[in-house]
Design a protein around this ligand. Sequence first.
Ligand SMILES: *Cc1c(COP(=O)(O)O)cnc(C)c1O
Length: 451
Amino acid sequence: MDTSLANRLAVRDLAVVWHPCTQMHDHETLPMLPIASAEGAWLTGHDGKRYLDAVSSWWTCLLGHRHPRIVAALKDQLDRLDHVMLAGFTHEPAIELAEELVRITPAGLDRVFYADNGSSAIEVALKLSFHYWRNLGRGERTRFIALSGGYHGETLGALSVTDVALYRETYAPLLMQPIFARSPDAYESEPGESAAECAQRRLREMRALLEHNAHEVCAVIVEPLVQCAGGMRMHDAGYLTGLRALCDEFDVHLIADEIAVGFGRTGTLFACEQGNIAPDFLCLSKGLTGGTLPLSAVLTTQTVYAAFYAEYSAGKAFLHSHSYTGNPIACRAALATLHVLRDEPVLERNRALATHLAAKLAPLVDHPHVADVRQTGMIAAIELVRDKKTRAPFPANERRGLRVYRHGLERGAVLRPLGNVVYFMPPFCITPDEIDFMVEVAAEGIDIAVA
Ligand SMILES: *Cc1c(COP(=O)(O)O)cnc(C)c1O
């Protein structure tokens, strides 16, 4: 451990690095923490201090840091093939990963298009959907339906279908105008209305939207079960079932963005399974490589694929690419991740952990500044409010969540609230004792934050 090294790294960092999703001025008072190593659920700083990674490093670290099987696969792949462009060439990792993704995702998703981060997977899905209709002679379909509170990434196309004001508002003049439908978010249900009833009411609204607009709509895009960056808002699985039926009835595509919720986060391998549906496009990233390398995949149907398959001169090909499309090292990391999910009882273990987490969180329901404690599988969230009765929120500029974050760092836990929503999305290797610690630190932080 070397405190002076940690300090020197922080100073050098702040002189040259521009950090993501950060007002850099905050770091005049907020510490910049140089991390030296990580193992399992823990990060270790250069000063020797340890931090429980309660948010899986932005939801990427699925199984725990440096999982031995992923590390071994990466080392092996580095001795074989670093990279080759995926146009005209292929390699075993890309093929095997595509086969495995087709095998484990809902039936009917039989084609895999690779990209290299979540936002670019969304761009691919939006472009494929539009291009599909165009190839069918339906070029008048140029719009997308997105949900309030949804988040799909930061590139201009993905941001266009995002409805989180903090990220969208500034760039609104540059964006496509989707049609926004109200989210089935159970937190916004009417008094006395169940989550399932709320979902049905939102489906009736969606039907009205489609009756009016379907002729110009390519696809509806959703984050199944949990709208994550929008504040870990959760909805009833019946919404997915109903939405699939509506998309079929009105002949528009359904894009499921499982970039955050895929690979077991919600209790099933994919969130769509809980609505018993298969989307037309399934976007995957984040946990795909177990948190080691950027990679994303868009799965789609044979029907979509067939609409692009023609003589070159027909001009129907999908001429979209990223330099690192299907990078072999990233694909090996993903394969190793999927093999762990295949060979070990990860979901079963998660069920026990989720039950333990729920029991630990239960007392917070009575907290005078907590309006809601919600959980879907291994994702849990606590909604802090100024007034418990009216659910009036704390003004955003009071930055209550930041106080929870600061307290977490002091105690050795990475909690990074979304506004006034304190949440947990830990790596699956977390133990019951570590869950107790995580919730204890959050509860202390909440008391400090609302004081
Ligand atoms: C993180 C996220 C994205 C964007 O992925 P990036 O890799 O950050 O570009 C898209 N959709 C959802 C649901 C996400 O959580």
